[in-house]
Design a protein around this ligand. Structure first.
Ligand code: AMP
Length: 414
């Protein structure tokens, strides 16, 4: 038997319904904030991700599905959504024209990670990106979009926010952090872990992400990013907090919430949920005012987020979702009535009614049993008696009410 690749899952039945519900809810909310749908390819040239996600990141360093295509070009299955959207923005010269764009996307991302619950090699993100708006009100809006999505899906979360300041602030902070790490090691026997040693060379800020308890303990007194913020970043961060408070969004400030790369600036945020046991990040995002330039475009402001759909699905699966009954089960008692039923059903489908037509002719009671088992809302059967009077047998399976009704009335009842 041929199996699916490890860490890559089929999506069907109840999972597919939950997936659809998450995407539909997210789209609806994003649209109310002026965002519209964008689709970009799953496969892009490798340098796009090496530049945007950064060679020092685990994603590019260890996890990319990277290969040479038949033409000998190095390509990658996208590990995240922002890079492709930024490329599309630049390719259409919207950067040079200073166009304001608000786009949302959803689809598969690919990372060669160790598969486990909540961590897959093919997973889905719903994300959005806004270009050319400098106002911190948009940062608040992208956070509020997520808050509203989780509210609508009835998911409890913790929102963590931080400000990274400008690239200059980060530059100064990096130097201070490096000094601090050196001081800790020279004043004690303690050595930061191997990963941290690498991060110190490639991207020192990522030391703050270290999950090793010993490293964490020795980072408690590390310099704080907030001490390095310039006036504008400080004012924007204060304003962001004010907007969130005014709009009833609770948050905590997490000084260790960072994104390692230079083109991220000011707002950084993460939504966590502990509804499925251990705390897990369900979405993250922030401002990236230098990324468009970094990828060869003209200076353009940017802010966005990505939400992990599987993690949200896991939370919803752990709750009992009310199972909406399917719409209508339609059947015939005699084979020769199938053509008539087929036409009637087609008419109803044209009117947008959702109908499952059974092609088997069998006794009424047997059809009723099948419909009951499959959780239908309505049951309709045609026997020769009904057909001779242009009627069908109708039963509301929820209320139990049953009657004969004329063909013409069906559209109104279903
Ligand atoms: P990131 O692009 O790494 O900031 O991830 C954004 C969100 O995607 C995270 O908060 C997770 O919810 C989700 N995510 C990241 N990696 C995976 C993965 N391997 N499997 C499932 N979800 C993931």
């Amino acid at each position: 038997m041929i199996h699916a690749i490890k860490g890559m899952n089929d999506l069907l039945d109840e999972d597919a319904l939950i997936y659809e519900k998450i995407i539909k809810t997210s789209e609806e909310v994003a649209k109310t904030y002026g965002y519209s749908y964008i689709e970009v390819p799953h496969l892009e040239v490798t340098p796009l991700f090496k530049r945007s996600v950064g060679e020092s990141s685990d994603i590019v360093g260890k996890e990319m599905y990277e290969f040479l295509d038949k033409g000998g070009d190095s390509v990658c299955l996208r590990p995240e959504g922002t890079a492709g959207v930024v490329r599309a923005f630049i390719e259409r010269k919207m950067d040079k024209a200073g166009v304001v764009k608000r786009w949302f996307y959803h689809g598969s991302m690919f990372r060669y990670e160790k598969p486990q619950r909540g961590r897959y090699r093919e997973f889905h993100q719903f994300g959005l990106e806004c270009f050319n708006i400098a106002s911190v009100y948009e940062d608040a809006s992208v956070i509020m979009i997520l808050a509203r999505i989780f509210e609508k899906l009835d998911i409890a979360y913790t929102l963590k926010i931080n400000s990274l300041g400008s690239p200059e602030c980060l530059q100064n902070y990096r130097a201070a952090l490096r000094d601090y790490l050196t001081k800790v090691e020279s004043n004690s026997d303690f050595k930061f872990c191997e990963d941290c040693a690498k991060r110190r060379l490639t991207n020192v800020i990522r030391v703050l992400d270290c999950k090793n308890d010993n490293c964490s303990k020795h980072l408690v007194n590390a310099p704080k990013l907030s001490e390095f913020l310039d006036d504008e970043s400080r004012a924007d961060f204060a304003k962001l907090q004010e907007i969130l408070k005014d709009n009833g969004i609770s948050f905590v400030i997490d000084e260790r919430l960072v994104r390692g790369l230079d083109y991220y600036s000011k707002t950084a945020f993460e939504f966590e949920s502990s509804e499925i046991g251990a705390k897990a990040a369900i979405a993250g995002g922030g401002r990236y005012d230098y990324l468009v330039e970094y990828l060869g475009g003209a200076k353009s402001y940017g802010v966005g987020f990505a939400m992990g759909v599987e993690r949200v699905m896991d939370i919803l699966k752990s709750k009992k979702l009310e199972q909406k009954p399917q719409n209508t089960y339609f059947c015939v008692l005699d084979t020769e009535l199938l053509e008539l039923a087929y036409k009637l059903v087609d008419d109803l489908r044209k009117a947008g009614k959702i109908i499952n037509l059974s092609y088997d002719a069998k006794k009424l009671i047997k059809h009723l049993n099948t419909a009951d088992k499959q959780n239908y809302k309505y049951f309709i059967a045609i026997g020769s008696d009904e057909a001779s009077k242009n009627e069908v047998f109708f039963k509301d399976l929820e209320s139990g009410e049953q009657k004969s009704i004329k063909y013409e009335v069906l559209k109104e009842i279903l």
